[in-house]
Design a protein around this ligand. Structure first.
Ligand SMILES: Nc1ncnc2c1ncn2[C@@H]1O[C@H](COP(=O)(O)OP(=O)(O)O)[C@@H](O)[C@H]1O
Ligand SMILES: [Mg+2]
Length: 237
């Protein structure tokens, strides 16, 4: 089932076509990686999908409802959530307090859900630490936990493993893979590490200069001449 769709979506900044006529749809419970060189428009695309930015033209549909003009908080309530390229946690609050913030809007059952998220992310012994005391990788995990607390159906992850050491990277990947199975989530992940992309993605969409350059299975993308030309040149995959 198609859960999310953009039609001819565009956003310009002072003449720069950051996102230029992008039509993409996402099937439910699939993991799609969105890749492409720096400045390709990946973050802008996520900002449009989640409502942080308004498009200059084009439309966005969620479960066949037109959400193009809805503000971010309304999209969150509908089940559209995200993490940011730069961590967006509250450093002066504890792990547990950070997760409680998005949970409180959920009302009943919030405390059960807090316990569930804390154990799901392995934060049992760290629940009372300040977020600022966590390792970089755990801070990224905390941000994912916070976005899950809003009970999303589709989750956009913007470079969740950027700047993280290999051991912690694997922890994050394990969590992301389990989300698809256990939470029945649709995931769109922006990621530069090709090992990560080819390990977890079922579909890879390649952006370049605001447009979709290629869209296919990992095998199709691996063999795509255009993709090799602009992006994968010299990368062993
Ligand atoms: N708020 C903004 N103001 C002006 N230009 C922007 C803004 N956000 C992004 N851009 C430009 O849009 C293009 C796409 O950026 P971005 O979406 O961040 O790419 P990516 O995430 O793929 O690296 C780049 O040329 C970038 O400089
Ligand atoms: Mg980006």
């Amino acid at each position: 089932m198609r859960i999310f769709e953009t039609q001819n979506l565009s956003r310009y900044f002072d003449g720069v076509k950051a996102v230029d006529g992008v039509s993409l749809s996402f099937e439910s419970e699939r993991i799609t990686a969105l890749i492409g060189p720096n400045g390709a428009g990946k973050t802008t695309f996520i900002n449009l999908c989640t409502g942080l930015l308004k498009p200059n033209s084009g439309r966005i549909f969620y479960n066949n409802n037109d959400i193009t003009n809805l503000p971010p908080h309304k999209r969150v309530l509908m089940g559209i959530s995200r993490t940011f390229q730069i961590s967006n946690i509250f450093p002066g609050l504890t792990v547990s307090q950070n997760i409680k913030i998005p949970l409180l809007s959920g009302g009943k059952g919030a405390l059960d859900e807090l316990d569930r998220l804390i154990s799901m992310f392995g934060f049992e012994k760290k629940a009372d630490l300040l977020a600022s005391e966590l390792s970089h990788g755990d801070q990224r995990l905390l941000e994912i936990a916070m976005s899950l607390a809003t009970k999303p159906k589709i989750l956009f992850l913007d470079e969740p493993t950027a700047g993280i050491n290999p051991a912690e990277k694997h922890k994050i990947l394990d969590v992301i893979e389990s989300l698809k199975e256990d939470e029945k989530l649709t995931i769109v992940i922006v990621e530069h590490d090709m090992d990560v992309v080819f390990r977890i993605a079922e579909r890879i969409v390649v952006m370049n200069r605001g447009k979709i350059l290629a869209d296919g299975s990992p095998d199709e993308i691996r063999d795509d001449e255009k993709v090799r030309e602009v992006y994968l040149k010299g990368v062993e995959i």
